[in-house]
Design a protein around this ligand. Sequence first.
Ligand code: 5GP
Ligand code: MN
Length: 338
Amino acid sequence: MTSAEITQIKVLLSTSKKIIIVPHKNPDGDAMGSTLALYHYLKSANHDAIVMAPNDYPHFLKWLPGDETVLKYEAETERCNTLLQDADIIFTLDFNALHRVGQMGDGIGDSQAIKIMIDHHQQPDDYAKFVFSDVSMSSTCEMVYLFIQMLGDENKVTADIATCLYTGIMTDTGSFRFSSTTSQTHEIVGKLIASGANNSDIHNAIYDTNSYAKLQLLGCALKNLKVIPELRTAYITLSQDELNQFDFKKGDTEGFVNYGLSLDNIIFAAIFIEHKKDNIIKISLRSKGDFSVNEFSRQYFEGGGHTNAAGGKSDLSLEETVEKFITILPDHKKELVS
Ligand code: 5GP
Ligand code: MN
């Protein structure tokens, strides 16, 4: 983002505006943390700001400050469409293309509001007037901190803003261990703690509030884990029946895919989860090093994301999807075993 653009945004925000802030569908910690942090920042600058999520999100994010104000497009579509049409500014956070918000994308595309994208995913689409896109960033939350800093308001980071931003940085970096974590990330995290983010409480609220059923579902997933050592790949399946058996709730499978990657010598991990209601298999892919799961997902599974973390889907059955995956893998042997 150029300094001329920052100046334009400062002018734009110098008078009170109607602002909608949008995370991607099935929002994660970074999506909700970044949108709610921006919400608190804009509210304190006297804007009429609202976070509008395409759909609901997991229980472990529901304690975030400001959670009770979030509108869900899926539940209140008509009201949300009116608000989108009336907005002066729409911020889109933690996604790179309007199809990532599902049906809500039409409402955003049709709105005359000035659009501002803040995101760290690869290959951003060209729908926003202002684009702050940086694929080297650990998280959109790190970028929202930088955005507030660029606007000259670093001293306006309250405990609520800090709590939201810390949450997103922590979740998107796997608690500061992924290679996207830089010294800058740690510097910002340090400032967030100084501004009132309670790191220990936040970690506890996100990671230590599991239900017994969720841990049993994890046990089932780990039982289903398959390893292809010669291709340094591991994958997990979960059928709809298995999800039902363990009382699956949104967000319960978050992080399961990483267990495959924790195996010695494995650099590519996948999880295939059957969603009978939508008739799709939802796929999460993770890698270590140069093997791009973003490219892999774009090529075979209608998805995308980052080099080392991506998602996608398949319209085939669970068995057929796994079959397709196993058949494709040898074509990538060079990249996987190099
Ligand atoms: P997850 O596997 O946790 O759902 O997603 C991993 C990363 O890939 C996230 O950054 C997410 O935004 C992105 N991602 C997940 N599903 C999709 C998808 O269907 N399309 C695209 N373009 N990105 C996705
Ligand atoms: Mn993110």
